[in-house]
Design a protein around this ligand. Structure first.
Ligand SMILES: Cc1cc2nc3c(=O)[nH]c(=O)nc-3n(C[C@H](O)[C@H](O)[C@H](O)COP(=O)(O)O)c2cc1C
Length: 361
């Protein structure tokens, strides 16, 4: 059992002299790659609140090669985001290797391969978690990427295809052998999608396998500082990756850090802090997506950020209908005045089953 007195930094080693190794603090917190969520505006507010390593949304290797605009856009990364990883997926060696070369040009700090995406359009085409059914293929795909880039290559995957084929222990050893520099494991199988509770037992087994030298990051259902620390201590992982809990609540990162350092819980963010995050997210959205898409896509975030404020509906309705950024900012000013000094009670973060909701299906 690991303890929180361990003061070692976590290093993702660079395979070449061209790039520096990534030095992360002890117990690093990673922001999960999330399609349609982990874009630059969202990443900016997570970074401000303490995410130590972030990832882009996954990018199709085929899309990159075709130069599809959507895939290209996802390559946008900014210096203030470092260290940052670009995540790609695909089921073909040549395409993945070529996509890795395209990613190289944008010079992220690492390149991550997604072998975890469970949705049909990816997994049933032999990419994402689909590769978990064929470990030889997974190894060949990974080796092809490692060979074609001088960036550190990392992998994110699940425990196995289904409960009868939990092969993550074999997967971890074999991927380490072909040169990956860190592994993130989501404690579910492909067939579980997002159902049930994540099982971290096998993640702990991988971490505690003496053959495994690379950092192992655990992922799945972290929604509070207490759970993050409990899981770190119980399973010995080098760090935890957080996805859904950060949606609408980027303060989760600073709360975990504070709890790790002091054993105490921070008070929930004030209304000013919440509104400031909304402003930053909105401004970054406008900058990066332009006024129309920026305003539209921001609409799904207000409710999450302002959750817990009594009678917020009236303001929220304005926020999701206004189209002029100055008018939106004026409503945000009103919210600060109206709720100044409001004391939030701490409520558990709700982890939504995105399998049912998100358009990835
Ligand atoms: C909306 C959404 C989109 C996701 N997109 C990706 C993705 O692009 N790449 C990936 O590796 N995982 C993706 N995931 C999975 C998350 O990275 C993470 O493994 C999963 O949500 C479990 O972590 P959590 O319980 O902290 O949310 C996505 C998850 C959600 C909720």
């Amino acid at each position: 059992m690991a303890s929180n007195t361990n003061t070692k930094q976590v290093v993702i080693t660079s395979p070449s002299e061209k790039f520096n190794s990534i030095i992360l603090p002890e117990f690093p917190l990673l922001l999960a790659p999330m399609e349609d969520v982990s874009d630059p505006p969202f990443r900016a507010v997570c970074k401000d609140n303490g995410a130590d390593l972030m990832y882009t949304e996954f990018i199709s290797s085929e899309g990159l090669i075709r130069d599809a605009i959507k895939s290209r856009r996802k390559l946008d990364i900014f210096d203030y985001e470092r260290p940052i990883g670009i995540q790609i997926f695909g089921g073909d060696e040549e395409s993945l290797a070529l996509a890795a070369k395209i990613v190289d040009v944008t010079q992220p700090d690492l390149l991550d391969i997604n072998f975890g995406c469970p949705v049909k359009k990816v997994a049933l085409k032999g990419a994402g978690a689909g590769v978990l059914k064929d470990v030889d293929l997974m190894v060949r795909l990974t080796a092809a990427v490692v060979k074609s880039t001088s960036l550190p290559v990392t992998v994110k995957t699940r425990l196995g295809w289904d409960e009868n084929s939990l092969n993550i222990e074999e997967v971890a050893e074999r991927l380490q052998d072909v040169g990956i520099k860190a592994l993130t494991i989501h404690g579910r199988t492909r067939c579980q999608m997002y159902k049930g509770e994540a099982d971290w037992t096998l993640i702990g087994k991988v971490k505690n396998n003496p053959r495994i030298k690379i950092p192992i990051f655990g992922n799945g259902d972290i929604d509070s500082p207490q759970k993050a620390l409990e899981y770190k201590n119980r399973y010995g992982v080098d760090g935890v990756m957080i996805g859904r809990a950060a949606i609408g609540y980027p303060w989760i990162f600073r709360e975990i850090k504070h709890y790790y350092k002091t054993g105490e819980l921070l008070p929930p963010p004030t209304v000013e802090e919440r509104v400031n995050v909304v402003r930053k997210h909105l401004r970054k959205s406008l900058e990066w997506k332009g006024p129309i898409v920026g305003i539209n896509e921001m609409r799904r975030h207000y409710a999450n950020y302002l959750k817990g404020l009594p009678n917020i509906k009236e303001y929220r309705n304005k926020l999701v209908t206004l189209t002029n950024p100055n008018e939106i900012e004026a409503v945000l000013d009103e919210i600060i005045v109206r709720y100044s000094g409001y004391e939030f009670t701490r409520t558990p973060i709700e982890l939504v089953d995105y399998h049912e909701k998100c358009k990835l299906q």
